[in-house]
Design a protein around this ligand. Structure first.
Ligand SMILES: [Zn+2]
Length: 543
């Protein structure tokens, strides 16, 4: 090394070390507080309207198509959509909803801010404490209904002008004659949506006797379209837990006649939520008044549900935006904790089954002592061939160099195929060429139509030999061909004897039955004979 180079390079070494330390320190910290302004879609620090929410929901779904799906679960009394944003890829369902009560629309701001924050964290492969955000969002799906009561919110924010003239008199009457709708809680028909659920509905206390800006429970449970849609949705998705956000007071309801068998579990969740937010747990009453969403959820599902009251007490109006920063700090990352808890509830119900099959792991995975993200970790299990020992939910236990290790099953190929020597697949310019089956998208490489040797085959995938080594192709995108077999010499054809009509029909019937049996294969471009040449399965995939 030349001295001149040495002296000029030297000042960069401490700089490099400083940069390394900086990177190390910051990679160990939880997700930074502020979502980067350049990637945020939602601006929650504003009077958040139904129209603004709808725009942001569509923008989020368009921006994160792999992670977010948007659905309408019904319409409000005035025909506004009741949107549900689904965020995550896992079987474990968490239900979050906000703005049952019109003047409590800051809960919508929070849920929209959280959805944006979680999507960004997924994309950035962020961590929360020692947990990778992706490990959580690949197991969990958040179902978020950010605005249960869009008519009421619109009335509270914009007043009479947002409603048909013909309805003004009724709205004024329900508001005690006042044109100021800041105190409005009900839907626009004057039904209090959080007095609508079938949990001790008949005996709800302090009810209004007629449609009103608050506390009118209706003439029967789930009479309001919004409450009816929400209950039907919960019954459809069967959440592990639910959070119904309200305001105000910084308190937390967690109990509704909760049976003794569930008390420890539900209290543990409530205590965790309280420790993140600083909220005070409401002492369970021996004779609570029912009809609320979480009262019903706890009763019907026997699963935990929380009602946090956001912000310091503000009285009969909306929470001012000056409370936003405080709310955001308290709640921003509660979703990760909820995900961990819900994953725990779910996995506990999954049976553990013995299994012994050959599998291919297509990406490195963190090894765990038990099928539990909170259990001890023991290094990595590297991509390769393994034999399974046990399975539980979305986890699998593998034999790894004489040890047993639990990993996520998401990157496993199963159903090994017997591939005879000389087997090939025909690829063409439309065939996706993957560096690994775990890659979300194919590589940019494309092949002109040609035959490639098959190295191994699994349910859905072949590994094929290429000029530069090997690559993966999807079974559905190629034609599989067995090696050419030399035909045994057969009987000479009796071409000089004309066949009788009866004899000629027999082969046709056989052809027809073959065709009908292989309709599925024909749909993907293989004919009956090639379909018959598909390799046989050596191991059947686990159910
Ligand atoms: Zn409320």
């Amino acid at each position: 090394m030349q001295p001149a180079n040495y002296t000029t390079k030297r000042p960069f070494i401490p700089l490099f070390i400083a940069a390394l330390c900086f990177t190390l320190v910051f990679s160990l910290l939880p997700i930074p507080f502020s979502a980067s302004a350049s990637t945020a879609i939602v601006n929650p620090k504003q009077m958040y309207t139904y129209e603004r929410m709808e725009k942001d929901l569509k923008a989020l779904a368009a921006r994160y198509p792999q992670l977010i799906n948007l659905d309408s679960i019904g319409k409000s009394e005035y025909g506004r959509e009741l949107w549900s944003l689904k965020l995550g890829k896992g079987p474990v369902v968490i239900f979050l909803n906000g703005s049952h009560h019109a003047r409590e629309w800051i809960t919508t701001n929070l849920l929209m801010g959280m959805a944006d924050h979680y999507a960004q964290a997924y994309e950035k492969q962020a961590t929360w404490g020692t947990f990778a955000v992706r490990d959580l969002l690949e197991r969990v799906t958040f179902h978020i209904v950010p605005m249960v009561n869009p008519d009421g919110v619109t009335l509270q924010q914009r007043g009479l002008s947002a409603f048909p003239k013909a309805d003004h008199a009724a709205l004024l009457r329900m508001n005690g004659g006042s044109t100021n709708f800041k105190r409005w809680k009900a839907n626009a028909k004057g039904i209090d949506l959080n007095r609508q659920y079938p949990a001790d509905w008949a005996t709800i206390r302090n009810v209004s006797s007629k449609p009103s800006y608050m506390n009118y429970k209706g003439t029967q449970p789930l009479q309001a379209k919004e409450a009816k849609a929400l209950a039907a949705y919960a019954r459809e998705i069967m959440p592990e837990l639910a959070i119904s956000y309200h305001s105000s007071g910084e308190i937390l309801f967690w109990n509704f006649k909760t049976p003794a068998a569930h008390k420890a579990r539900d209290l543990q969740l409530a205590n965790q939520f309280a420790s993140h937010t600083g909220y005070r747990l409401v002492t369970p009453s021996s004779n609570p008044s029912g009809g609320g969403f979480t009262d019903w959820f706890i009763t019907e599902f026997g699963r935990p549900a929380l009602t946090p009251e956001l912000a310091r007490a503000v009285g009969e109006t909306n929470v001012p935006l000056s409370e936003w920063d405080r709310i955001w700090k308290q709640h921003r990352d509660t979703g990760w904790m909820l995900a961990l808890e819900a994953i725990g509830y779910w996995i506990e119900r999954q049976p553990t089954t013995a299994s012994k099959s050959e599998v291919r792991l297509t990406a490195d995975e963190t090894a765990y002592q038990w099928p539990d993200l909170k259990s001890a970790r023991s290094g990595k299990v590297y991509a390769g061939l393994y034999t399974t020992i046990r399975e539980k939910g979305d986890w699998v236990e593998l034999a790894v160099k004489g040890e047993r290790k639990w990993i996520a099953a998401r990157n496993l190929l199963r159903g090994k195929l017997e591939i005879p020597a000389g087997a090939v697949v025909v690829v063409h310019s439309e065939t996706g060429i993957y560096t690994s089956p775990s890659a979300a998208l194919p590589s940019k490489v494309r092949f002109a139509e040609q035959k490639l040797a098959v190295l191994e085959g699994w349910d859905g995938w072949y590994r094929v030999k290429t000029g530069k080594g090997s690559a993966w192709v999807k079974q559905a995108e190629v034609q599989y061909e067995l090696p050419t077999v030399v035909e045994e010499p057969g009987e000479p054809e009796p071409s000089d004897q004309p066949a009788e009509p009866g004899q000629a029909e027999q082969p046709e019937q056989t052809d027809n039955s073959e065709t009908s049996e292989t309709d599925d294969n024909q749909a993907t471009g293989t004919d009956a004979h090639e379909a018959a040449a598909q390799p046989s399965k050596k191991f059947s995939p686990a159910a």
